[in-house]
Design a protein around this ligand. Structure first.
Ligand SMILES: NC(=O)c1ccc[n+]([C@@H]2O[C@H](COP(=O)([O-])OP(=O)(O)OC[C@H]3O[C@@H](n4cnc5c(N)ncnc54)[C@H](O)[C@@H]3O)[C@@H](O)[C@H]2O)c1
Length: 270
């Protein structure tokens, strides 16, 4: 088992915007080398330019096996391993009740939000299984040999679910279904690979101030606009993407070795 002072490596999908961008920035501040991946390569490069840490920008379409496999290969070729991954790439889809929803919109949302997360898990975990477990702070756990961190961790993954992954979401049935599905994937992956030293968790943010929120406001019918109005929230504001990023980085870190298969609500009390 390795102990090391090298920089840990974080991979972020959807890293070109919003929560993914804020997460890459926070990982870099915490000393991680970063792989910033997005379908929009230019936006991934912009995020990379914000980081004061070694990194690469990778163009990826998370719905395509070859593309996800190439992303993981690029990360490993550059940095040798993937310690943490945030599977943040996602789309909202159209706003419509079920009867009016086009079938192809359902397929596209499920493709990106569910198959995309599944493919990322598949290739990230395959890589992590090949990695030596790392103990980052052995002295701290010397008297607790049963603590899993003492045995080392191969990797830690966080998936982007949503408040809509544990609640209904009017006019967004495919999105809602996709985010509930992400929790099923998260919990299943967590128990399948727990004994391998790989943790898998999810975050469930409420409305967060990103380009996705702008889109949501633009396309939502008047009768749900009040739900998107920050003044109606108990905290009187929307979450900042940095607040979600902080939670993602904590879940990925060695600070919570017994936390796996969990979903963390970041909803300001709702
Ligand atoms: N903003 C919110 O209110 C909110 C709340 C809960 C959950 N989420 C979830 O958090 C994640 C990030 O959301 P955000 O608000 O930052 O959205 P965003 O639209 O700002 O960013 C999403 C990113 O995903 C990328 N992407 C889309 N399709 C892709 C694909 N096929 N392959 C690779 N990248 C792709 C986009 O290019 C974009 O950069 C999403 O999964 C979203 O569903 C957002």
């Amino acid at each position: 088992m390795a102990t090391s002072t090298r920089k840990p490596v974080a991979l972020v999908t959807g890293g070109g915007s919003g929560i993914g961008r804020a997460t890459a920035v926070r990982f870099a501040e915490l000393g991680y080398s970063c792989v910033v991946a997005d379908i929009d390569e230019q936006s991934a490069k912009e995020t990379l330019s914000m980081l004061q840490t070694p990194g690469i920008a990778v163009q990826v379409d998370v719905t395509m096996t070859t593309s996800v496999e190439a992303m993981v290969t690029a990360a490993v070729q550059r940095f040798g391993r993937i310690d943490c991954a945030f599977n943040g790439a996602g789309i909202l889809g159209a706003s419509a009740r079920i009867v009016e929803s086009p079938e192809d919109a359902f397929d596209r949302v499920m493709d990106v939000n569910v198959k995309g997360v599944w493919l990322c898990l598949k290739y990230e975990i395959a890589q992590m299984l090949q990695q030596e477990p790392v103990v980052s702070d052995p002295a701290r756990w010397a008297d607790k040999p049963d603590v899993c961190r003492f045995r080392g961790v191969r990797g830690s993954i966080v998936n982007a679910s949503s408040h809509a992954g544990v609640n209904p979401f009017l006019y967004h049935s495919p999105y809602c279904a996709s985010k509930w599905a992400v929790l099923g994937l998260t919990q299943t992956a967590a128990i399948e690979y727990a004994k391998d030293g790989i943790r898998v968790n999810a975050v469930c943010p409420y409305v967060t101030a990103t380009p996705m929120l702008t889109l949501l406001k633009e396309q939502s019918p008047p009768d749900i606009q009040h739900m998107l109005d920050a003044t109606g929230h108990p905290l009187g504001r929307h979450a900042a993407p940095e607040e979600v990023a902080e939670a993602v980085c904590w879940l990925c870190s060695d600070a919570c070795p017994f936390t796996t298969g969990e979903h963390l609500k970041i909803s300001g009390g709702l």
